[in-house]
Design a protein. Structure first.
Length: 51
């Protein structure tokens, strides 16, 4: 996450890992971050930043 905080897939996978290990609060935070990245205001959901 430190390298690319805008990476939708990374947030989703981390959220799933947290959920599977019972860390539901952290999972929810990651799912919310992913959802923000996928909002209509965001035109690039890949997580990469234009160069």
């Amino acid at each position: 996450m430190a390298i690319d905080p805008g990476n939708f897939t990374a947030h989703m996978l981390l959220g799933q890992a947290y959920r599977q290990t019972g860390r539901r609060d952290q999972a929810q935070q990651q799912f919310q971050a992913a959802q923000r990245l996928q909002s209509p205001a965001s035109s690039d959901n890949s997580g990469s930043q234009p160069q």
